[in-house]
Design a protein around this ligand. Structure first.
Ligand SMILES: [Zn+2]
Length: 651
């Protein structure tokens, strides 16, 4: 709770003209000031503020209030956050900070300490003598960052070996303060050593933490400051202070994966770029950006990690009005490499062609599976349903159900049902994209856990302490550690969905497959003599192939019991399939004729399926010669179909 006294203290200590002057070009008129209103499209100066009372009013849009409501309006934040915002700006330590952890060092001390650390690392980079320092300078220059760039971004080098520790103690900081800022760990060891350093700043440009990258093959490749009183990786973003102004003026923000990408893009003149801080994107990040950005463009790497990130980001669409879009650079280049090799204009060209995130996610999932194979089609459908299930209670549900229905040629109601019944694919905190961390990394993580982790947890009740403990080793660019985490559980009741997703021809073939397998279970020797035909079946149901192969693999003189047992061993539910056919019982024809009838029928359905596929191809043919070829194939298939139908009538 922030007391009224403190609120008034903040009001008293706030320079309203300075705060308002950041967004409004103020001109004095008598005892008050006026300018163009920042809250509506104002041509004449309708906005007035009196510095003595701190009250403002716009005669254009009729908005008015005090400095707190001005900040709420401008920063799109709630009242308590407006007080905190102004308190920080005025260097006032609120009582609530002290209340949360009575022994904790003062925030202002941490800012001083972090500033001193940034300077120390920077000077080490500039002036350090020795091979390690040379390597650090070489690293930055290999990225195209000369000493001016390094200075502008406060880039540095952490040598380790207690050098920082000694420096900070000499400046009069206590061990407790150093640990609270997470620059020293475990009885005064330097947290970062032999790493090039990227200082991270808050909105007002104060250093709040660091990202450090190794120069050798040590792990983790990127190490970030753990969450502290002033650093929150799930809320802060890299370069937000530098990007904010252009985000406001451009109306959109770009999110990239790496710190060097941010720097390279800013230096190339694209300045509305930020990055996350060694964690997956959170809803807080989205909220931070959408305060000023109507559009957020993600530049994901083209690899599978980037695709995971895109899928995970989809869930935020329901919680933000910002237009979420994405860009994948060709040839797996990251933005920094892309600019170096092809220039910034080509990069801008790609930014102009950004596509809606939802389109991209549809595309990647549809391309991951071969939709001509029913089993894979079901998986693709399931995965999309899981991802879209976050929209269950959203007004967007209808729209996405329609898209899903279009993509799979199914009924909209069936698509909607699929989404409603699906389980969300992402587990963990609902507002975070942080995947669950594997247990085996616990040991490794402990080594990095700071001594005061206990008090940190108390300071920040909003952060799940379990998740937070592991975040230390989050890699900045390398999402590959998450690769083997399953985001999506295939549905165990896929059977009804299979039916929904099958074409008429596939449904017909599915029945033929059941007839064949039922017949097989009753007359194994007869069916085995058609071995070659069976090998050429393009099964609709993958389990049917497994059953068939298992029965085929039995001894030539195996009896019915042995064959069924083999099927059951391969697929526990085989019994259901082996009793699903009816021809074997109800038909009066001889065994040989029955099996021929089944096999010809099966081939007929496969041919019909191919005809359907070819027709679809014909619809998407891009040139005449391709069209001709498809038509030619269609003709051959149609003739074959007619021949099979004729044979069938004669059996
Ligand atoms: Zn106005």
């Amino acid at each position: 709770m922030i007391s009224d006294e403190e609120k008034e203290l903040v009001r008293e200590k706030t320079d309203v003209l300075q705060i308002v002057g950041e967004t409004v070009n103020l001109k004095r008129s008598g005892s008050s000031y006026s300018g163009c209103c920042p809250f509506h499209a104002d041509k004449s100066p309708s906005f007035h503020i009196n510095p003595n009372t701190g009250l403002w009013k716009c005669f254009g849009c009729q908005k008015s209030g005090d400095i707190f409501s001005f900040v709420m309006e401008r920063e799109h934040i709630e009242f308590p956050d407006a007080i905190r915002y102004l308190a920080e700006r005025a260097h006032i330590e609120l009582h609530e900070d002290a209340q949360r952890s009575p022994d904790a060092p003062k925030k202002t001390r941490l800012f001083e300490l972090l500033d001193a650390t940034e300077k120390f690392y920077s000077q080490s980079l500039m002036r350090g003598v020795g091979p390690a320092y040379d390597d650090a300078r070489k690293y930055f220059s290999s990225r195209g960052f000369n000493s001016d760039v390094c200075k502008r971004w406060g880039l540095g080098y952490a040598a380790g070996h207690g050098r920082l520790s000694k420096h900070l103690m000499d400046l009069g900081f206590t061990l407790k303060e150093c640990e609270a800022a997470n620059v020293l760990v475990g009885r005064g060891r330097d947290r970062f050593f032999n790493r090039v350093m990227f200082p991270i700043h808050d909105e007002s440009g104060r250093c709040i933490g660091f990202g450090g990258r190794v120069l050798d093959d040590a792990k983790p490749k990127y190490l970030n400051t753990s969450d502290t009183m002033v650093f929150h990786k799930k809320k802060n973003m890299y370069a937000y202070d530098k990007a904010r102004e252009s985000i406001v003026s451009e109306g959109y923000a770009i999110v990239v994966e790496g710190y060097t990408d941010v720097i390279a893009m800013h230096e190339a003149g694209i300045t509305n770029v930020v990055a996350v801080l060694g964690t997956a994107l959170t809803l807080d990040h989205i909220k931070l950006l959408s305060r000023f950005a109507k559009k957020i463009i993600f530049m994901f790497d083209g690899d599978s990690a980037g695709q995971h990130a895109a899928k995970r980001s989809l869930q935020f669409m329901k919680d933000t009005e910002a237009d979420l879009r994405c860009v994948i650079l060709p040839d797996n280049l990251d933005p920094a490499d892309f600019i170096a090799q092809r220039g910034v204009d080509e990069l801008k060209g790609h930014l102009n062609k950004s596509e809606p995130l939802i389109d991209f996610v549809f595309e990647i999932i549809l391309s991951e599976y071969d939709l001509a194979i029913p089993g894979q089609r079901v998986k693709a459908f399931d995965e999309l349903c899981s991802l879209l299930s976050v929209f269950k209670n959203s007004i967007l549900l209808d729209e996405y159900a329609r898209r899903l229905a279009d993509a799979f040629q199914v009924d909209v109601q069936d698509a909607k049902k699929g989404i409603m019944e699906a389980k969300p694919s992402i587990t963990g905190e609902t507002n975070t994209l942080q995947p669950p961390v594997k247990p085996q990394s616990q040991q490794q993580v402990k080594a990095y856990t700071t001594g005061n982790s206990q008090s940190q947890v108390k300071v920040q009740p909003i952060v799940d302490p379990e998740l937070d403990r592991y975040d230390d080793i989050a890699y900045l660019q390398d999402y590959s550690q998450y690769e083997d985490v399953t985001y999506y559980e295939p549905s165990h009741q896929s059977q009804p969905k299979v039916e929904v997703l099958l074409s008429r021809e596939e449904k017909a073939q599915l029945q033929c497959e059941k007839e064949l397998l039922t017949f097989f279970a009753n007359y194994p020797k007869v069916v085995k003599s058609f071995r070659t035909s069976l090998e050429n079946i393009d099964w609709v149901e993958p389990n049917h192939k497994v059953i068939c192969d298992a029965m085929m693999a039995t001894d030539d003189d195996a009896d019915v019991n042995e064959v069924v047992k083999a099927a059951r061993t391969a697929v526990p539910e085989a019994d259901l399939v082996l009793t699903a056919g009816s021809i074997v019982y109800e038909d009066t024809r001889a065994k040989d004729e029955k099996i021929k009838f089944i096999l010809v029928n099966l081939e007929l359905q496969m041919t019909k399926r191919r005809i359907r596929e070819k027709k679809a191809q014909a619809n998407h043919a891009t040139d005449n010669s391709q069209m001709q070829q498809v038509l030619e194939e269609l003709k051959v298939l149609s003739e074959h179909r007619d021949r099979l139908m004729e044979i069938l009538t004669k059996i």
